[in-house]
Design a protein around this ligand. Structure first.
Ligand code: MG
Length: 378
């Protein structure tokens, strides 16, 4: 029985993790969960899974509404209480920068991590990987591309390879012209062609910021360099990523899109569990297609990668600026093009150092967010 601490239980990955647990009660147990602000769903989850510890970001005291045996914490930083001592693995599925706080806390407590919050490796990959090594903590990926690579490597992070090839659906704006991109809205961005995910990541998919983040995530998880990671647009989202080996052989992982497969493997590798996926019907798929990224329409991809290559605190600035800009875009206060301008401007105005500790990362994140709010007059 694997005991799971679930950080970010009411988001898309959190709900799908609970779905996996619900279907496999003989394999998994939720010992703690941490939710954001969705009180109704939090109460339903706690009553169903009866965790020992439950926390919510909202400040409302819900103790009276919870089972007696559940210890309850509330408030902005309450989620750290859900990283409990009897968990075997911590699923980190918070959105955005604060994921790194949970990741570092779990590492400090010596807990293995099933990682959905890629931002934690984007902003502090070096710090996270170094600390995880020191503590002997395993980080397994809950990101379909990185799971595909991990599967192709035989669940061995040290298998040598020539290059990693990340696939990318192209996002909701893949067929929009430059002219159309001037007027697209948050509602348009949220119509992802293949995946049903949370709002922030769906916008990141539309701008291709998500794919740049995934390149950075792959660099840290697979201990490689940027020149050994390629990205190719693959509209069907059937091939989830590939690995090319020294002899030219390429291994790919294929399936219909579902996050339950990467979640199960991150929790239970190398054993595979049915997640109810249909067999691939190749005859009806007919063709799998590949295209290059159009950098003119999707300039954020290279911009974010450039920040990552610069290293130090620059990826944290790019991430903070993106998070703030996406928030404003989702509130219909800025346009699609303003996301690029926000990240670009924040990176240009930043003259911070290369000293990557959590305090400096937090400052760089705050700098970028303030810059973006000022730039866009909010
Ligand atoms: Mg992904």
């Amino acid at each position: 029985m694997k005991k799971i601490a679930l950080i970010g239980s009411t988001g898309s990955i959190g709900r799908q993790t609970l779905s996996v647990v619900r279907k496999n009660p003989d394999k998994f147990e939720i010992v703690s969960l941490a939710a954001g602000n969705n009180v109704g769903e939090f109460l339903a989850q706690v009553s169903e899974f009866k965790p020992k510890v439950a926390t919510i970001g909202a400040t409302e005291n819900l103790k009276d509404k919870l089972p007696l045996e559940t210890e309850f914490f509330c408030g902005e930083d309450a989620y750290l209480n859900a990283i409990v001592s009897d968990a075997d693995v911590v699923v980190v599925a918070l959105v955005g920068f604060k994921g790194i706080i949970a990741v570092l806390d779990a590492i400090e407590k010596g807990k293995d991590i099933a990682l959905a919050t890629k931002e934690s490796l984007v902003v502090g990959g070096e710090l996270v990987i170094q600390k995880a090594r020191e503590k002997g903590v395993k980080i397994t990926p809950i990101d379909s591309e990185h799971s595909a690579i991990w599967q192709a490597l035989g669940f061995d992070f040290d298998t040598p390879f020539n290059k990693l090839i990340l696939t990318c659906s192209g996002g909701a704006f893949r067929d929009m012209s430059e002219e159309q991109l001037k007027t697209v809205t948050a509602a348009d961005a949220l119509k992802h062609p293949n995946w049903n995910m949370g709002a922030k990541i769906t916008v990141d998919c539309a701008t291709l910021v998500n794919k740049a983040f995934e390149v950075i995530e792959a660099k840290w998880l697979y201990n490689t360099s940027f020149d050994k990671i390629d990205v190719i647009i693959h509209r069907q989202s059937i091939i989830h990523s590939m690995v090319e080996f020294v002899d030219g052989a390429v291994m790919a992982q294929l399936s219909y899109p579902t996050m339950e497969l990467p979640i199960c493997l991150a929790l239970n590798y190398p054993e595979r569990i049915s997640v109810g996926l249909k067999s691939l019907d190749f005859a009806s798929l007919r063709s799998l297609t590949f295209e290059e990224i159009d950098h003119k329409r999707f300039p954020c991809f290279n911009l974010v990668l450039q920040a990552a290559k610069e290293g130090g605190l620059f990826p944290a600035v790019a991430n903070g600026a993106n998070e703030e800009a996406v928030k404003l875009f989702l509130e219909n206060r800025i346009g699609y093009g303003d996301i690029y301008k926000s990240i670009y401007g924040a990176l240009q105005s930043f003259d911070g150092g290369h000293h990557v500790h959590i305090e400096e990362l937090t400052e760089a994140d705050a700098f970028a967010r303030k810059y973006v709010r000022d730039l866009n007059g909010v």
